[in-house]
Write a protein that binds this ligand. Structure first.
Ligand SMILES: *Cc1c(COP(=O)(O)O)cnc(C)c1O
Length: 368
């Protein structure tokens, strides 16, 4: 029987093998191990890629979100609007600065924050909106930026899952006031360890981030702020420069794989395929389908040696960690419904036609 993993690094690792080993050798011999030339180079390249003036390499995605909020001087007593169905890190970042996450339900079709529900969640305490481009699809950023303008709010994009995606021609990570991304190994642009970045067009926010990630110090042993050690790892920065060259090619491959699923599964009754909002391009960090028979489908695929994952089985407000929020079951029905109905099926670079055909055959069989 064929076996399909959820994800494999085999193909990408093979493509970059020689370049990565050269990068390591150069790094090793340079003896420049923290905030060295790899970091500076990657920051320029990633800023250029996103179309922003500035980029700072950060230790990971959660720290990048945290420092972005910190740079905006948001804290205790302030509210930040976050989608109710996101990866927990987006909400954790708000808790880390002791602000209050205000959850807004997603659109049931795009899975992204519902642009029509944001305004009603704005109060006098609201300082920022933190849209998450979930699964690789940008949020409807024109409406979000308009609202931010009208209510004098800041926007922090969580760009961890959508590097390279665009909304109305503009790259994600370049639209909000300050934007965070993650290079966790499984992301579309993944390091071989922990890494993240902050992108912005605002030179003041950029300077703030540069200082905050390095103990709040511009000049050695002179501390202007109570900062952190959130520097990107110098070796990971070098590795990311190698992988960034392939990102567009790999995005095209992801989109082609997604198009195969779209075509092969289009007529399966009871299955909802990814829906793309007008103006958005999807980079398919994940290919997420929705079905009321989710658990049975996942079990059937497992029996047939196909791995799937649920992103995410428990929405943030129902996590034990957030029991103090006081939200009961039923408080965010759309997020809860999605947590019961979504299923991510395999999509990775190097996936074969046979593997994809096998998955589609099994899904069709399940619904027969
Ligand atoms: C991965 C991810 C993060 C956190 O990134 P780390 O590098 O793992 O800290 C934040 N937000 C979203 C949406 C993510 O997918």
């Amino acid at each position: 029987m064929m076996k399909v993993p959820f994800l494999s690094f085999d193909a990408t690792n093979e493509i970059i093998r020689e370049e990565i080993f050269e990068t390591f050798e150069k790094f090793y011999d340079s003896k420049y191990y923290v905030l060295g030339p790899n970091t500076t180079t990657f920051e320029e390249q990633f800023a250029n890629y996103c179309g922003t003036k500035h980029c700072r390499g950060i230790s990971n995605g959660l720290d990048a979100l945290h420092l972005s909020l910190k740079a905006l001087n948001i804290g205790k007593g302030d509210e930040v609007i976050v989608p109710s169905n996101t990866y927990i890190a987006s909400v954790l970042a708000v808790s880390m600065i002791h602000a209050t996450p205000v959850l807004v339900e997603p659109d049931i079709n795009t899975f992204n924050i519902d642009k029509n529900l944001i305004e009603a969640a704005i109060t006098e305490k609201t300082k920022a909106i933190l849209p998450v481009h979930l699964y690789g699809q940008p949020c409807e950023m024109d409406v979000i930026m308009d609202l931010a303008d009208r209510y004098d709010l800041k926007v922090i994009e969580d760009n961890a899952q959508s590097q390279g995606a665009t909304f109305k021609g503009q790259k994600t990570g370049s639209i909000g006031h300050i934007n965070a991304t993650s290079f966790y190994p499984t992301k579309n642009l993944g390091a071989l360890g922990e890494a993240g970045a902050i992108t912005t067009n605002d030179p003041i926010l950029d300077e703030m981030v540069r200082s905050l990630r390095n103990y709040g110090s511009e000049k050695r042993y002179h501390n202007e702020y109570q900062g952190y050690n959130n520097r990107i790892d110098e070796l990971q920065a070098g590795i990311l420069s190698v992988k960034l060259k392939y990102l567009d090619l790999w995005t095209t491959e992801r989109q082609a794989l997604a198009a195969n699923y779209d075509r092969e599964l289009a007529n399966v009754r009871g299955l909802q395929l990814p829906f793309i909002a007008e103006g958005a391009t999807h980079v398919y960090h994940l290919y997420v389908i929705r079905t009321s028979q989710r658990d049975a489908l996942a079990a059937y695929l497992k029996e047939n040696n196909i791995d799937t994952i649920i992103h995410y089985p428990i929405p943030p407000h129902l996590q034990k960690a957030y029991k103090d929020m006081g939200s009961k079951k039923g408080a965010y029905p759309i997020a809860e419904q999605l947590s019961q109905e979504v299923l991510s099926i395999p999509l990775f670079i190097g996936m074969t036609e046979e593997q994809q055909k096998y998955i589609c055959d099994k899904i069709r069989q399940f619904y027969k």
